[in-house]
Design a protein around this ligand. Structure first.
Ligand SMILES: *Cc1c(COP(=O)(O)O)cnc(C)c1O
Length: 381
């Protein structure tokens, strides 16, 4: 029994290896490398004020929350954080989940019903795709940020009971923005509801860091976010009306059947949101740094994608070539991962760089020099 199980697993792992798509866990922080792939955009994950808050509440409440929010897991810090997130996102209410992944699954598996249609951008995050798979509604995928295609598909869906448009606000592998202003107009014209996952925009976009909704000046029906990126902690949330909160609390299975976040994480997140709202200057200098990296890489002749977000994809091409590029960067003491299928399409493998507030001007120079060296070594071959 056991031997067939092992050989079957080994066959499946070998298949991944043969395709050049094998993945391993990495611990970049243990080595003295310059990391250009972190989602800790504002540097909050190591902020002393967050650490102090987490530590204080850790001593008061212990390491775990001990249960679901609906049983023994609820504390004052969960409630305080939810109020904070609602005011941050300028909504009536919010609801915490254990991760952004679970927030997406909870919303999409409960909100759209049988007879409804979910219109989903083709490059949406895996957690949105999984949420759609769990939904009883029909999912229709539209071309990436292609508003004509979305409109066509909205028109085709008019005979259905309800229409939901779901999109990442910032696409995590392309660093581009969904045109939320246009999406809101289409939703109005075709009687649809809008669900936005602002995992990478929260903390980064908008003057106060409220995210894509502030950047575009729009108010989608359902705003999903994560605490694990710019906020620097972990957990996910949904912001919207009080009724939406009540609905999800009663229907979202990933809320009901999940152990609540640890209170210490909630306290640290609470402090983080304050710092984000105050961090206007940090966001300005981050933006300048991102633009500098993009300009310099383009000058070197690299194919750089993305809008004004800290995610900078540099398209290399094939899987092997991209992995080898990432290894060369590592030899030059820079960590930035190769992104390959199935995360991105064949032939569009890329080095995904992220620039954060923790990078110094000297770090940026090292990064650019590494890309320059690799380019030159290729040209001379
Ligand atoms: C990271 C990410 C998630 C998942 O959030 P976690 O809190 O890490 O589970 C969901 N959606 C998008 C777009 C993301 O980038």
């Amino acid at each position: 029994m056991e031997r067939t199980f092992d050989s079957w697993l080994s066959e499946r792992v070998t298949k991944v290896k043969e395709k050049g798509l094998h993945r391993t866990d990495i611990d970049v922080n243990q080595r003295k490398r310059l990391v250009f792939s972190s989602n800790n955009y504002l540097g909050l994950a190591r902020d002393e004020q967050l650490i102090y808050a987490a530590e204080t509440i850790l001593h008061q409440y212990g390491t775990g929350s001990t249960g679901s929010r609906l049983t023994t897991g609820n504390t004052r810090w969960h409630e305080l954080l939810e109020k904070k997130l609602a005011s941050f996102k300028q909504t009536e209410a919010s609801l915490l989940f254990s991760s952004g992944y679970l927030a997406n699954i909870g919303v999409l598996s409960s909100l759209p019903e049988a007879g409804d249609v979910i219109l989903s951008d083709e490059l949406n995050h895996a957690s949105i795709i999984d949420g759609c798979r769990l939904s009883k509604a029909k999912t229709v995928v539209y071309q990436h940020i292609h508003m004509d295609d979305l409109e066509r598909k909205l028109r085709d869906a008019q005979s259905h009971q309800r229409r939901f448009i779901v999109t990442d606000a910032v696409f995590s592998m392309d660093g581009d923005l969904a045109p939320l202003d246009q999406i809101m107009l289409l939703a109005k014209a075709y009687d649809a509801y809008v669900i936005v996952d602002d995992a990478h925009g929260t903390g980064v976009l908008g003057e106060r860091g409220r995210g894509a909704s502030e950047h575009f000046g729009v108010k989608p029906d359902v705003m999903i976010g994560t605490l694990s990126k710019a906020v620097g902690t972990e957990g996910g949330f949904v912001a919207g009306s009080k009724l939406l909160r009540e609905f999800l609390l009663n229907h979202a299975r990933t809320y009901i059947f999940q152990t609540a976040l640890s209170p210490s994480i909630c306290a640290a997140s609470y402090v983080a949101i304050d710092l984000i709202e105050q961090g206007i200057e940090t966001r300005k200098s981050l933006k300048l740094r991102v633009n500098e990296v993009k300009t310099r890489l383009k000058e070197l002749g690299y194919d750089v994608k993305g809008d004004e977000t800290p995610i900078i994809p540099v398209i290399i091409g094939g899987a092997e070539e991209t992995v080898s590029f990432s290894k060369k960067l590592q030899d030059l003491n820079i960590f930035a991962p190769a992104i390959r299928p199935p995360t991105v399409p064949d032939g569009e493998c890329r080095i995904r760089l992220t620039v954060t507030a923790e990078h110094s001007e000297a770090d940026i120079i090292k990064l650019i020099n590494a890309f320059k060296l690799i380019k030159e070594s290729k040209v001379s071959m």
